[in-house]
Design a protein around this ligand. Sequence first.
Ligand SMILES: CC(C)(COP(=O)(O)OP(=O)(O)OC[C@H]1O[C@@H](n2cnc3c(N)ncnc32)[C@H](O)[C@@H]1OP(=O)(O)O)[C@@H](O)C(=O)NCCC(=O)NCCS
Length: 182
Amino acid sequence: MEPIIIDDLTLKQIPGTQEFAQEIYDIFTKDTDTFKHWFEGGMWKSVDEVQKYYQNRALNNDSRWKYAMYGIFKNGELLGEIGLSGIDTKHQTGEIGYWLKKSARGQGLVDKLIPIIEEIGFEKYNLRKLNIWCDDDNIASRKHAEKNSYVLEGIQRARKLWPDGSIHSTAMFGKLKSEWKK
Ligand SMILES: CC(C)(COP(=O)(O)OP(=O)(O)OC[C@H]1O[C@@H](n2cnc3c(N)ncnc32)[C@H](O)[C@@H]1OP(=O)(O)O)[C@@H](O)C(=O)NCCC(=O)NCCS
């Protein structure tokens, strides 16, 4: 993945180093309340687990599912990630994913970067459709889907069982390539 520069932001792949793994582990464990929405099965258990995940993802060697997630950097500081958190090469669809550390929120970064990721999805990967799926109580994420003109296609009820025993529904938003305005 080639780095992308947009104003004062650089989007580039997060290397699978111990240093970045520690940084990401710290960001997530300091804010378990909002990051619970990012995980299906619970928070990172160790720095080692984070490092293995990023090393694996960089290999991108699954024959069907691909990833194009970019670290968001400003003046060398890692602010979060955005990109295609799952590209289904068989059906030519992709899911947009994003997270920001707390200090980087409320500045419109995700809304600024979603169009860049759409261009990558629809043009570089030639996808037919992009999805944003989020917990239906993840208001910040839902707002991004709505503001960027994604269509709410349904609520999948009681889709997720969290480690604390609570059950959560998923709001499924989508945008077809034909609905995309570059
Ligand atoms: C999702 C995330 C990236 C959004 O951060 P952000 O882009 O800076 O967005 P903001 O914090 O500005 O929130 C977006 C909007 O939702 C509103 N909002 C956020 N949390 C809210 C809450 N709990 N109740 C009501 N409104 C809320 C904000 O006021 C803002 O409204 P506006 O657009 O009208 O100004 C960030 O919350 C995050 O990293 N969460 C954890 C990871 C995650 O959930 N990722 C998405 C998985 S689908």
